[in-house]
Design a binder for this molecule. Structure first.
Ligand code: AMP
Length: 215
């Protein structure tokens, strides 16, 4: 079963993807994580995308499709979760072709609906565990008082360079201009399901589990 998590920045795609990895042994393919890894390891591609990412713009289809192609060709999995990919119609078409080449199908594209005010609040207060990726929020879920991640015990936390109000405006605009048309695209393909991304995490998990089970 392969699924896409669709939604604006801060909708909770990464959190839900990690849950599916833990519970179902699916493999999370996050192009955002892949691009951040490329930056950290200082590859040529990492250098090319750094400024674009910090501004909150999308990197080229060619780069992200290449990343996904490589993963699909080299990874065997009990289902992939596409997290933050596709983000354009070109990427969506390419994903359909790549899956077909691998003899695979898309089960569902799950749109996580969240209103914009909530996104801005979530993102500007967000930090994550550097080790396991557990997400914290300064107001609603602060880092535990003992300074240790409640999931893995690590004491290192980080904030994303693009989690600031300025980049977020661009990221939201990119989402509405280039990514939101994918909701209609997958609806027309009969693959779209929606969940309320503002419900509490366990409810969102349950809604997604039901969609995955029925897809
Ligand atoms: P994310 O972690 O998914 O929020 O992605 C962080 C940044 O990486 C985005 O703001 C883009 O600059 C870039 N990025 C990630 N995935 C894609 C994609 N599928 N297409 C284009 N750019 C992407």
């Amino acid at each position: 079963m392969n699924i896409i998590l669709l939604g604006p920045p801060g909708a909770g795609k990464g959190t839900q993807a990690r849950h599916l990895v833990e519970k179902r042994g699916m493999v999370q393919l996050s192009t955002g994580d892949m691009l951040r890894d490329a930056r950290t390891s200082g590859t040529e591609m990492g250098k090319i995308v750094a400024d674009v990412m910090d501004r909150g713009e999308l990197v080229t289809d060619e780069i992200v499709i290449g990343l996904i192609r490589e993963k699909l060709e080299t990874t065997s999995a009990n289902g992939f979760i596409f997290d933050g990919f596709p983000r354009t119609l070109g990427q969506a078409d390419a994903l359909g072709e790549l899956l077909a080449e691998e003899g695979q199908e898309l089960g569902a594209a799950i749109a996580m609906e969240v209103d914009d005010e909530a996104l801005v609040e979530r993102i500007t207060a967000r930090s994550t565990c550097a080790s396991c990726g557990e997400v914290y929020n300064d107001k609603t879920k602060p880092i535990p008082a003992d300074g240790k991640c409640s999931n893995c015990g690590s004491t290192e936390f980080k904030r994303r360079a693009d989690d600031n109000e300025e980049s977020l405006k661009t990221r939201l605009m990119e989402y509405y201009k280039k990514t939101s048309p994918l909701i209609g695209y997958y609806y027309a393909k009969g693959k779209l399901s929606t969940v309320d991304g503002l419900a509490d995490i366990a409810k969102v998990q349950a809604s997604i589990a039901k969609i995955v089970d029925e897809a």
